[in-house]
Design a protein around this ligand. Sequence first.
Ligand code: NI
Length: 203
Amino acid sequence: MSRLTVFLVAIVGLAIVTAGILYATLPTDEGDYPQRSSGAALIGGPFELVMHDGSTVTNETFKGELMLIYFGFTFCPDVCPTELQIMSNALDLVGDDAEQIRPILISIDPERDTAEAMAQYVSHFHPRMTGLTGTADQIAAAARAYRVYYERVEDPGSNAAYTMDHSSIVYLMDKDGQFITHFGPGTKPEKMAETIRSALSNS
Ligand code: NI
């Protein structure tokens, strides 16, 4: 083989390998956006929890609505209120279509976060904000489904006696409860609203 031939064979070989990798990592669903990779599909799933009005709800309850889900707790001094405010501001920016979005706080502190405590807390944020709590087992199952880390940390110096460490991620799920995307801490409400609008127009 000439040098040129060797070169061309190498290029073609590389292209085939690259195409294979791209194919394997392509979103599994049709459409440009929202993108769903096969890995992302591992986030979410069935849950059974208690809503802030005391009723039992499951993932099926919110079918037909996009869910914007955050795991946190009402005693959280700063991170949770900040993120819940960002979610609320994003919904305000979305406007009338926000009726199709269900913003949800799932408590990771079942000991203190009764349905009544959740009702009072979520009322400080968006009118549509939905508080979900439950037994320790129900919450552990929901957190596992969403790959959320949380842990009780003793805090004897404070009135609260303990606090909760937890991951701070906002999940956007489609009308069938499938993962669309997530937002890291401190995402701008404008950016979140834009992503929600795109998701609505693709749903
Ligand atoms: Ni928090």
